[in-house]
Each structure stands twice: as structure tokens, then as C-alpha cells.
Design a protein around this ligand. Structure first.
Ligand code: HEC
Ligand code: HEC
Length: 271
């Protein structure tokens, strides 16, 4: 048998193998670019072409208009580490007056008795950024969207200065709870950094909220919302990447742990 005869269409093995490779190729393209992406909630929202482009890793600006929702940044706010560190008495005073509209839910001294988050002693960059995100709709909450519409940029800075100035009155008795592994070391195998490396304890990164003493229900709901993408105002998806990988039990454990920590005045470290 000559070489020429081996690689010719007259040879049925040759024809079959070319055919089989073709079928395999089409099947794997369909699985990789259509079927798998369609099983992924985040990917299937924009139609077939969108799914194919995303699966191939094309930047979203190549196949979507600049106004498309998916290419909208998580937030418009740019935070710097010296944010609001120089707030003065005038700002705090103006903030106190503005905060009268917030008392109903966030408490008279910024410590909520309902399931709303505590604001007393919260870092100013957090309060300011969250208010901006509520106002623009990048963080969605019917109540806070309405509350933030009437606030100017200066109002939000004043409110942030006021709440940062308020001492955190502890609502829970100190408890000797063991620090969960997720908080202390995270999980290197799943690429989860320790919560304490951003939220304080090890280090505090700008924009990361003070979690100690917050209502457990609130913390757990926020983690679930980051995990399923309902909350997506975190810069570079830093919280979504963490929460998405956590099991429901882990969310329960860390939420309860942080809620049980006394938010003692004066224990908060400045960034
Ligand atoms: C009717 C109740 C209500 C009122 C009034 C209200 N809030 Fe809120 N606030 C909430 C709830 C509920 C949340 C949590 C919403 C969510 O899940 O995103 C919240 C969240 C926030 C957050 C985010 C905190 C965090 O840790 O992420 C800030 C900041 C805030 N409110 C500030 C204010 C300010 C300032 C005012 C007054 C101008 C105000 N709120 C008035 C109910 C209220
Ligand atoms: C890489 C830094 C980083 C790590 C690690 C991290 N967080 Fe966060 N977290 C953030 C930032 C930043 C925000 C604020 C996001 C925004 O801008 O809305 C946040 C927000 C949150 C919120 C919402 C709080 C509120 O008041 O709205 C919760 C709850 C939370 N983180 C819990 C955790 C837990 C639990 C862990 C560990 C399992 C963790 N985080 C690990 C950076 C981090």
C-alpha cells in the first residue's frame, strides 16, 4: 500500500476518521461555548452570541455597546485611604442634623434595633460609598434608594463624618467565641483570603465595612446577595469572589460570629 493511497478519500478509514474528528469538534464547541455557559446564571443573560463571546473570554466592550448593563462598573466611587480623615466639627454638626431622618431605622445613636445595619463608628469611606451606590442604584434597596435621592455629595460626606464620630455602643455582651477559620486564615485551597485581612483584625482595606456587632441576619443576607450576584457594587468583585465560594453553613457561622462580637467604643483601629 503506498502513502498516497493511505491519505486519500478512497480509504474508508481516512474518511471515517476525518468525519469523526469533525463531529467531535462540533460537539465540543457546542458543549464549551453554548451548553456550559447556558447553565451558568451570570453568562446566559445576554443571548447566544453573548454566551459564546463570554465563554471565549472576549472583553465585553468588543461585543456589547458601551451602555450595556454588564459593562457598567460596580461603582462610580473612587476611594482613597485618606478619605474623610480630616472631617471637622462643622461637618459632624451638619451630619447630625441630616441624620435625624435616619433615626427611625438606624437608631438614635446609630445603633440599629431593627435589622438595619449599625452606622455608629462605621468607617466614613464605607458610609459615603454605600450612600453614593444607593443613590445611583448600583446597590439596590428600595428604602435606601428613596432615602438617598435628596442627598447632595456634601450631605453624604457630612453624614459619613457624623456616623464615624459616633461611638459604637455595644449591644451584645462580650463572649469568648472561637474565631472561625474563615475569618482567621480563609481557605487557600479555594483561594479565599481571610475576612480579617480586609475587614480588620489582620489589616483593614479601604472601603471594607466594620462588621462586628452588626445584626447577624443583615450580614448573612449581604453574603448571600454577593454570592448570587444580587449585590454587585463591590469594586473588582472582591466580595462576590469570596462569598460565591462559601457554603451556606460557612455564611451562617461567620455571620453569627461577627454579630456576636462586641462593638466596643475605642477598639476600632483607624485605617
Ligand atoms: C426606613 C428605614 C431606613 C431609613 C429611614 C434609612 N435607612 Fe439606611 N438602611 C436601611 C436598610 C434596611 C438598609 C440595608 C439595605 C440593604 O440591604 O442594602 C440600610 C443601609 C444603609 C447603609 C449601608 C450600611 C452598610 O453597612 O453597608 C447606609 C450607609 C445607610 N443605610 C445610611 C442611611 C442614612 C444616612 C439615612 C438617613 C439619611 C438612612 N440610611 C435612612 C433602612 C433605612
Ligand atoms: C479582599 C478584601 C475582602 C475580603 C477578603 C473579605 N471582604 Fe467582605 N467586604 C470587602 C469590601 C471592600 C466590602 C464593601 C463592598 C462595597 O463596596 O460595597 C465588603 C463587604 C462585606 C459585607 C457587607 C457589609 C455591609 O455592611 O454592607 C459583609 C457582610 C462582608 N464583607 C463579610 C465578609 C466575610 C464574612 C469575609 C470572609 C469570609 C469577607 N467579607 C472577606 C472586602 C473584603
Amino acid at each position: 500500500m503506498s502513502d498516497q493511497r493511505l491519505a486519500s478519500w478512497g480509504n474508508r478509514w481516512f474518511t471515517w476518521s476525518v468525519g469523526a474528528v469533525g463531529v467531535l469538534l462540533v460537539a465540543s464547541l457546542l458543549v464549551g461555548f453554548v451548553w456550559l455557559p447556558s447553565a451558568h446564571k451570570d453568562m446566559s443573560s445576554g443571548g447566544l452570541w453573548d454566551m459564546i463571546c463570554r465563554a471565549a473570554g472576549a472583553p465585553s466592550t468588543w461585543y456589547q455597546g458601551p451602555t450595556a448593563l454588564a459593562s457598567r462598573p460596580a461603582t462610580d466611587v473612587v476611594l482613597t485611604s485618606d478619605f474623610l480623615q480630616r472631617s471637622d466639627a462643622v461637618e459632624i454638626g451638619r451630619g447630625a442634623t441630616l441624620a435625624m431622618q435616619c433615626v427611625m431605622c438606624h437608631g438614635a445613636r446609630g445603633m440599629s434595633e431593627a435589622a438595619s445595619p449599625n452606622l455608629a463608628g462605621q468607617y466614613p469611606d464605607v458610609v459615603y460609598k454605600q450612600l453614593r451606590d444607593y443613590r445611583s442604584g448600583q446597590r439596590s434597596s428600595v428604602v435606601m434608594y428613596a432615602m438617598s435621592q435628596g442627598l447632595s455629595d456634601q450631605d453624604m460626606r457630612d453624614l459619613a463624618a457624623y456616623y464615624a464620630f459616633l461611638p459604637q455602643a455595644s449591644v451584645v455582651a462580650p463572649r469568648a467565641t472561637e474565631v472561625p477559620q474563615m475569618v482567621r486564615v480563609g481557605d487557600p485551597l479555594r483561594n479565599i483570603p481571610p475576612c480579617a485581612s480586609c475587614h480588620g483584625g489582620i489589616e483593614r482595606k479601604v472601603g471594607s465595612p466594620w462588621l462586628e456587632g452588626a445584626p447577624a441576619q443583615y450580614l448573612q443576607t449581604q453574603l448571600q446577595m454577593f454570592a448570587n450576584g444580587t449585590r454587585r457594587n463591590d469594586i473588582n468583585g472582591q466580595m462576590r469572589n469570596v462569598a460565591r465560594q462559601m457554603t451556606p453553613e460557612e455564611i451562617l457561622t461567620v455571620g453569627t460570629y461577627y454579630a456576636d462580637q462586641p462593638a466596643l467604643a475605642g477598639t476600632r483601629k483607624q485605617p
